[in-house]
Ligand binder design. Structure first.
Ligand SMILES: O=C(O)COP(=O)(O)O
Ligand SMILES: [Mg+2]
Length: 240
C-alpha cells in the first residue's frame, strides 16, 4: 500500500465517527443525482456530425464529463482530456453543442436508483439541502424541474453561478455561508475527483457514489469519508 493510502485510512479511522453529525447535505448533479450521460453524449455526437467529424463511443464521452459543458466540448473535439482545440473550431462548436443539448435535455436522463427515496429521507430527517454542479445554469434548472427534483433544494449553485466551480472550494464555502454553518457541518455527496478535491479544500465531509462519472478515476482512488452505494445508503451514515 502506498504511504498516501495508509495516511488516508489512518485519518478515517481515527478522526471519523459514524454516524457523522452534520446539518446540511449538498449533492452533485451529473453522475450522482441524474444519469445524464446518454443525453450529454448524443448532443456531443450530433455536434461532431454537424462539424463533419466522426462520432465517439458513448463510454468515451462519459469519461469526458465532470468539468462543465465547455470542457466537454473541448474534450469531444480533441478526443482527449487535456488537449486544447483550435479556438475558431471551439467557438463554432460550442453553440452547436448547446442547441443540441437544449433540444434533448431529458430524453434519456433519469434519477439514479434510490435518489428520490434518499432525498425524501434527508428532508424528513431535517437536513438543509443544496445542489452544487459544474453544469451551466441554463441546463441545470430545467433538468432539475423536469425530473421533479428542484423542490428538494433550498439552493442550486451551477458551474457559472459563482466566479469559480469545483474542484475550487468556493461553491461549498458559499453554501456554508448561506446555511450559516461550519464546513465540517456540511456533507457533499458526489461522484468525482472534482467533488473530493472541493470538499477537502473547503474542510467539508465527502461521500462518493461508485456509479457516476469520474473522468477515468476509480472511486476508490478518491479521498472520501465513505463510498456509498446510493443516496439512501448515505442517509444511514449521518445524523443531525
Ligand atoms: O457538468 C459537468 O461536467 C459535471 O457536472 P457535476 O458537477 O454535476 O458532476
Ligand atoms: Mg458529478
Amino acid at each position: 500500500m502506498n504511504p498516501d493510502n495508509l495516511q488516508r485510512t489512518d485519518r478515517r479511522t481515527t478522526e471519523i465517527q459514524f454516524p457523522l453529525q452534520i446539518k446540511a447535505v449538498v449533492i452533485d448533479l451529473d453522475g450522482t443525482l441524474l444519469d445524464t450521460a446518454m443525453d450529454l453524449a448524443s448532443a456531443a455526437n450530433k455536434m461532431l456530425t454537424e462539424l463533419g467529424k466522426p462520432e465517439l463511443p458513448v463510454a468515451t464521452i462519459q469519461s469526458f464529463i465532470g468539468k462543465g459543458i465547455q470542457r466537454l466540448v473541448k474534450r469531444s473535439l480533441t478526443n482527449s482530456l487535456d488537449e486544447e482545440p483550435d479556438p475558431e473550431l471551439f467557438n463554432k462548436a460550442l453553440p452547436i453543442y448547446q442547441r443540441n443539448y437544449h433540444e434533448n435535455l431529458y430524453t434519456h436522463t433519469r434519477p439514479f436508483p434510490e435518489v428520490v427515496e434518499g432525498l425524501d429521507t434527508l428532508k424528513k430527517d431535517g437536513f438543509r439541502l443544496a445542489c452544487i454542479t459544474n453544469k451551466a445554469e441554463a441546463f441545470t434548472l430545467p433538468l432539475l424541474r423536469a425530473t421533479n427534483l428542484l423542490h428538494y433544494f433550498e439552493m442550486v449553485l451551477s458551474g457559472d453561478t459563482l466566479p469559480k466551480k469545483k474542484p475550487d472550494p468556493l461553491p461549498l464555502l458559499h453554501a456554508c455561508n448561506h446555511f450559516q454553518i461550519k464546513p465540517y457541518e456540511l456533507l457533499l455527496i458526489g461522484d468525482s475527483l472534482n467533488d473530493a478535491m472541493a470538499a477537502r479544500a473547503a474542510g467539508c465531509h465527502i461521500f462518493c457514489v461508485p456509479y457516476g462519472y469520474n473522468e477515468g478515476r476509480g472511486v476508490n482512488e478518491l479521498n472520501c469519508d465513505a463510498v456509498v452505494s446510493s443516496l439512501l445508503e448515505a442517509t444511514k451514515l449521518i445524523k443531525k
